[in-house]
Design a protein around this ligand. Structure first.
Ligand code: C2E
Ligand code: MG
Ligand code: MG
Ligand code: MG
Length: 282
């Protein structure tokens, strides 16, 4: 009874629904079917390790092919989080990304984005273990990217899960660093393996002294805490030269490569491996 009442209330409001809410509803309905219909896929963006001058890591990025267009995760991930659909979707991403990575050269890691909602389920650690063992991927080849918002709740269960994952050998990365609140305190609440500096800092690196100072300081901080640092959103040679000069470990951005189709990425890694072999032999 309560359910049918709820539904009629819903219809009542629907007449006055604004375009944005309408949009969310349609995304939600489509997303429920997206997995069954195989409309979700992953693109892979390689990250360049500056020390070794080769691909150190590859980030898996979700795409949704729906109604003859490709919907970006910025649009549907928030809806997937609100509805809880991010839990089965996130599990699929983990399995798919680990399977892909198992076919790459062993020096290349895979990075998977995790939503805070995925940490609210009981057995995230078990899910990660299952994905790794199904793919026969070494835990040290998996990186999990989380954002500051996860630590806002400061839940003991979350911290425990992060510690368990890290104890398995999985790397934990702080994504979009600098966009949340009181970022520095989070570096104390958990020993991250990597800090990814948000691309908003990169965007005005060459025009704003303050952005430059922040990037430089974060890279220095990462170094002294023994963390890998990544500059996100590197689009120009000028930006690359600057962050290299600051001592960043890794760069990600359109300058080196946009997100690629799985086969294109696999070809890139293969040809890179061949080049390295040739260099060693000569
Ligand atoms: P993110 O984790 O920070 O991923 C990096 C985003 O920056 C990607 O956007 C990538 O395409 C974009 N990017 C990379 N290089 C450049 C550059 O040089 N310039 C610019 N302007 N952009 C660049 P994308 O693929 O649209 O993903 C957006 C966000 O959606 C991700 O940000 C992440 O927060 C979320 N997301 C993506 N895949 C997943 C997933 O599997 N699970 C969850 N929970 N979230 C995901
Ligand atoms: Mg990420
Ligand atoms: Mg990021
Ligand atoms: Mg981002």
């Amino acid at each position: 009874k309560a359910k049918s009442e709820g539904r009629s209330t819903y219809h009542f409001f629907e007449t006055g629904m604004d375009a944005e809410l309408q949009q969310r509803r349609s995304i939600e309905a489509g997303l429920r079917l997206a997995m069954q219909r195989n409309e979700l896929r992953l693109m892979y963006q390689p990250l360049l390790g500056l020390g070794e001058n080769r691909v150190s890591c590859v980030e898996a990025l979700l795409r949704w092919d729906h109604d003859e267009r490709t919907i970006s995760p910025a649009e549907f991930v928030p809806v997937a989080e609100d509805t809880g659909l991010i839990v089965p979707i996130g599990e699929w991403v983990l399995h798919e990304a680990c399977r892909a990575a198992a076919a790459w050269p062993s020096g290349v890691r895979v990075a998977v984005n995790l939503s805070p909602v995925q940490f609210r389920q009981k057995d995230l650690v078990g899910q990660v273990k299952a994905a790794l063992s199904e793919a026969r991927l070494e835990p040290t080849r998996l990186e999990l990217e989380i954002t500051e918002s996860l630590l806002l709740t400061d839940s003991e269960a979350t911290i425990a899960a992060l510690h368990d994952l890290r104890a398995m050998g999985v790397r934990i990365c702080m994504d979009d660093f600098g966009t949340g609140y009181s970022s520095l305190s989070y570096l104390r609440s958990f020993p991250f393996d990597k800090i990814k500096i948000d691309r908003s800092f990169m965007a005005d690196l060459t025009t704003r002294n303050d952005s430059r100072a922040i990037i430089k300081a974060v890279i220095g901080l990462g170094q002294s805490l023994g963390m890998v640092t990544t500059a996100e959103g590197v689009e120009t040679e000028e930006q690359l030269a600057m962050v290299r000069d600051f001592g960043v470990s890794e760069v990600q951005g359109f300058l080196f490569s946009p997100p690629l189709q799985p086969s294109t990425l696999a070809n890139l890694l293969h040809s890179e491996a061949v080049k390295t072999q040739a260099k060693k032999a000569s």
